[in-house]
Design a protein around this ligand. Structure first.
Ligand SMILES: Nc1ncnc2c1ncn2[C@@H]1O[C@H](COP(=O)(O)OP(=O)(O)OP(=O)(O)O)[C@@H](O)[C@H]1O
Length: 355
């Protein structure tokens, strides 16, 4: 039996709590952006993160690449606690070990610098090689992402959206990281170039053996890109499963509801009806955060967040009343419709103490 490779990055019981932006200067509200996140990423693995807007996808992604310090919990990068390292060592680990690609390349790139300078910058900052070697690396990076040499002196504003995202990808790869996070990397692009950028990411991942974290609202794309899919709801990871199993074998009611609401993902079927809005991240419900909208919830769900349960190799979920193995989405729609009368009382409506 081969020993599995140690994870590149590992989160243990990580919380991120922000001071709420709304509510004014004197507000004491807190936003529970990430709660009890425990997850590990193996070398070369692609993990997709799905969930509704505001559920904490970007926060989780930023914590994974060391761009967000947790309020509580441990982030281990290549086996070492990132946030207890001396700051210079941490900056170097993050800077050389990880890369991040953002949604909108036009704001992520310095518009006053030509492409070659943008790509040389990280090499200069980390003192990689001689000036000649750095220029050679810039040419190599441009070729890696399919940018013609003629664009080396071009400014970001002179490039198309797809070309700008290629520059952003090349910059993220400049220092040969093991881990790259792509946060909605195609949502600001024309539909016609989205597939090209996704194929480029898949190709680079294969060629360079990168671990990739892929954040998107587009569940179809996440499934196509990922080995494993993580579902988040109101700051919590509620399920993670191999991408191939995620669609029809998901055990968490929220994962099934989310997938049923994605047009074209399942056979023509009505979405599983959910009652009421997503609760506020400043006042998450007690117990399971999904219980206020879940057709399976009862009093037990208000008492505590369920522990992780295992449904198979690499498949974990947190639910007291999971979807039964083999239960069809059609049955779930019928069940949910029968119970979709009034919202469940929101008994956890008192602000939590932040850690
Ligand atoms: N710096 C901050 N200060 C206050 N609240 C924040 C901050 N950053 C994020 N939040 C809040 O934390 C929660 C999680 O935000 P996050 O951006 O991680 O969600 P998301 O799932 O990525 O959302 P989207 O899909 O819309 O990008 C949201 O309620 C958001 O408003």
């Amino acid at each position: 039996m081969t020993t599995p490779e140690p994870p590149i990055v590992e989160l243990d019981n990580v919380h991120v709590v922000h001071k709420a932006r709304s509510g004014g200067l004197l507000s004491r509200d807190h936003v529970y952006a990430l709660t009890e996140a425990t997850v590990a990423l193996a070398p070369g693995e692609t993990v997709g993160i799905v969930g509704e807007s505001g559920c904490g996808k970007s926060t989780l992604a930023k914590v994974l690449v060391g761009a967000q310090r947790p309020t509580e919990g441990t982030v281990s990068f290549r086996g070492r606690d990132l946030w207890t390292m001396p700051p210079a060592e941490r900056r170097s680990s993050i800077g050389t070990g990880t890369g991040m690609i953002f949604q909108d390349p036009s704001t992520a790139l310095n518009r006053r610098l030509p492409v070659a300078r943008i790509l040389r910058d990280p090499l200069d900052v980390h003192g990689r090689g001689t000036p000649k070697e750095r220029n050679e690396r810039v040419r190599e990076l441009m070729s890696l992402v399919g940018l013609p040499k003629s664009l080396a002196d071009g400014l970001p504003g002179q490039l198309s959206g797809g070309q700008r995202q290629r520059v952003a990808i090349a910059r993220a790869l400049a220092l040969e990281p093991d881990l790259v996070v792509a946060d909605e990397p195609t949502s600001a692009l024309d539909v016609s170039v989205r597939a090209q950028i996704l194929n480029l990411l898949l190709d680079l991942k294969e060629r360079l053996g990168l671990a990739l974290v892929f954040v998107s609202h587009d569940i179809q794309t996440v499934r196509r890109m990922s080995d494993r899919v993580v579902t988040m709801y109101l700051g919590r990871i509620v399920e993670e499963s191999p991408a191939g199993e995620s669609l029809t074998h998901a055990r968490h009611p929220y994962t099934r509801a989310l997938f049923s609401a994605t047009p074209g993902l399942l056979d023509p079927i009505d979405p599983i009806p959910l009652v009421g809005p997503v609760p506020s991240a400043t006042r998450p419900p007690s117990g399971c955060p999904f219980r206020t909208r879940c057709w399976k919830a009862d009093e037990v769900c208000a008492t505590a967040m369920p522990e992780n349960r295992r449904a198979g190799e690499g498949h974990l979920f947190r639910c007291f009343h999971p979807v039964a193995e083999g239960e069809s989405t059609h049955d779930l729609v019928t069940q949910a419709a029968a119970t979709a009368t009034a919202p469940v009382p929101h008994s956890g409506d008192t602000p939590r103490e932040h850690p």
